[in-house]
Write a protein that binds this ligand. Structure first.
Ligand SMILES: [Zn+2]
Length: 356
């Protein structure tokens, strides 16, 4: 399976996440790219460098105001007093203009970048520094280049996107995600001639960004298997089974939340259900949001999926027979990250289901 990557995806260095007010070392690091690259190269997948694409498809899934903010935020921050005053080199939101604050009053855009940041950033874990925009934009190019390959006849292509994207909403970034690579890939497949596209998200967390982008649309289905937000996991306030879409998108969203500690069997059963669903709905192409943070060793989730589980997931989604763009999402355990991705790609490329 062709692997599309870009050296620019290493340019983003989150440094820290601010979690419950404390700066903790970020886990969405550039070393993830190299861990995956070396494993997929060892497995014999050919590497292709992403080519630059214009913003037109990206602008179909995100609001221009957020794209402009992300492109300019690091430079605005550098020009402010933040480095000298408090030693903070990353853009950290300070104020969130939720309805609790705005309360129906007419509001205007905040002038200070530390105040405006909360208009688009919805958490304090997703910091912006030099290189963040360039890396996120390069990840979008990876997704678009992989979509090009599939539109040109490849059965499947893998986009080594970093930073990940499935938590990025139309006008919001968070959850270590800035631009929604999977949504861009789905939109590219739509523009390229597929009337209905299915997205299956097997990251440990529900992709609230992708769900939000397509919630009222009938031409892109979104299905996700993830740890139950009701157990206290990100994205906390969405990702429940009774969220099924609205308007033209009625019944075009399907969430399969699973309890903490879920292992291969139930997880694969849920993925099989989502695969049957997109096929029955007449989708002609597939986007896989491949997060490997559901793995047993991953520090970011309590799911217990093995390498064999990921290989079987690849086989199940390959068996849909749909041409597929596989987009990298989460996965943070550096020693096993590469082999988990390689296991999935092996299952998807060969279609062989190994017994769990
Ligand atoms: Zn995740």
């Amino acid at each position: 399976m062709p692997v599309v990557w870009s050296p620019m995806t290493r340019a983003h260095d989150p440094q820290n996440e601010v979690w419950v007010g404390v700066a903790t070392i970020g886990t969405e690091v550039a070393a993830r790219v190299d861990a995956i690259l070396s494993a997929v190269t060892e497995s014999g997948h050919p590497l292709t460098e992403a080519t630059a694409h214009p913003d037109d498809v990206l602008a179909r899934v995100h609001e221009q105001s957020m794209l402009t903010f992300l492109a300019e935020a690091a430079e605005r921050w550098r020009q402010g007093p933040y480095v000298d005053l408090v030693g903070q080199s990353r853009v950290v939101p300070y104020l969130f203009p939720t309805p609790a604050m705005t309360a129906g009053l007419p509001t205007r855009p905040a002038v200070a970048v530390h105040a405006e940041a909360g208009t688009y950033a919805y958490d304090t874990m997703t910091l912006v520094g030099d290189g963040t925009w360039e890396a996120a934009r390069a990840a979008v190019d990876c997704a678009l280049t992989a979509a090009d390959l599939v539109l040109a006849g490849e059965r499947a292509a893998y986009a080594l996107c970093r930073p990940p994207g499935h938590h990025a909403t139309p006008a919001g970034f968070g959850g270590s995600c800035y631009l929604n690579n999977a949504a861009v890939a789905a939109e590219a497949l739509r523009v390229g001639g597929h009337d209905r596209v299915g997205i299956i998200d097997i990251d440990a967390h529900q992709g609230n960004g992708t769900a939000a982008i397509f919630y009222d649309r009938g031409d892109v289905l979104y299905g996700s298997v993830h740890v139950d937000p009701a157990a206290g996991w990100f994205p906390h306030i969405v990702g429940y089974a009774d969220e099924t879409g609205t308007g033209d998108g009625a019944d075009c969203t399907r969430n399969r939340p699973l309890p903490e500690g879920t292992a291969d069997e139930s997880w694969l059963e849920a993925i099989g259900d989502l695969a049957d669903w997109v096929v029955a709905a007449g989708c002609s192409a597939l986007v896989v949001s491949l997060g490997v943070d559901a793995a047993v060793d991953d520090p970011e989730s309590p799911l217990m999926i093995t390498g064999d589980g990921y290989r079987a997931a690849g086989s199940i989604l390959s068996a849909t027979g749909l041409p597929a763009v596989v987009v990298q999402e989460g996965g943070y355990h550096l020693p096993s990250l590469g082999s988990l991705v390689a296991a999935y790609l092996h299952g998807h490329a060969t279609g062989v289901v190994s017994a769990p």
